[in-house]
Design a protein around this ligand. Sequence first.
Ligand code: NCD
Length: 362
Amino acid sequence: MLDLSLPEFLELSVSDKLPYVGTKAILYAQQFSRTDLDEFNELADTCRKIFKSPAGADFLGRLLPHRICLNFFVQPSSRTFLSFSAAQAILGMKRMSLRDMNISSISKGESLEDSIRTFISYVDLVVMRHFDNHAAATAFWVAGKAHRRVAIGGQEQPVPIVSGGSGTRQHPTQALLDIYTLSKSFEDRGGIDGKKIMLVGDLKRGRTVRSLSYLMKNYDGVQLYFAAPEEYQMNEDILSFLDEHNIPYEKLRSITEGLADVDAVYMTRIQDEWDTVKHDSHPPANSNFVFHRDHLKLMKPNAYLLHPLPKRDEIEVEVDYCDDSRVVYWRQERNGMWMRVAIIATLFDCVDRIRAYDQAHS
Ligand code: NCD
């Protein structure tokens, strides 16, 4: 990597970038194999279980107290920011955050490259959310070029960079927690393989649905349904990726078209922060793509309703409180914290110690 300039690196296609990224950073959903996903899921479950006892929580909290991390989030975030913070706290890390560009040197005209180089002088992990599609890749390049190295598992390596959402393109850790949620939901039915999954809403600019679609390459027999108004339909790049990986998909013109057939419905909000014309209020969701309480009656008894959140009017409020176990988006949120524990523990080579503790105590 060090022989490439930043523009040369950014110009590479994602598949050409993947060999450079390896497993020491998290930038793209495409970087994960089925084994990675299975291991993350298992580790998230194990950490969750260990944490239930005070002694287990204490064990997890003693894994990374010597590491400092920065959560650099210059785009709005509640769940991703808080669940990463909570995950870092569970692992005993020391945490700092930078959430407002106006109170950082970026407002003085500092480049992203210089800012990142500064951050990695002080911390051992950067988790970042940024409006630029290339921000996480830029940070990764800077970390690779900078002199600072951290010793992880006896190896000196660049400060790990984790994307907590890059522009409209990628949200890899959200996709991992979505996979964790789907896998748990289908635990007794052979997991995600062979399932029909409907993605609804703003598929064009929704980075969660894009990243989740990429991860489907790891499962056999999955069928995707894209329910969205034409202007928010899934982009060509994802469709060609699915074609390349022989994943069948169909475009739908309303939720009801697919509802009775699918095993999971994944809702999203209109991503109007990307609109070029600014509105006084958020645009309402198209009524064909709003999930009503009555829709639960049309869904299979063992199908699930997910949403990365935040949500607005695309799900009727009554669905939140109807106490139907197929509505899993609040659990999905909690799963996010455990998946992020698993991600950080993996990046910092704690997996063997966690497994050994689990074996000794189960
Ligand atoms: C998503 C995001 O930021 O892309 N939120 C999240 O991380 N859970 C989805 C969204 O904002 O609609």
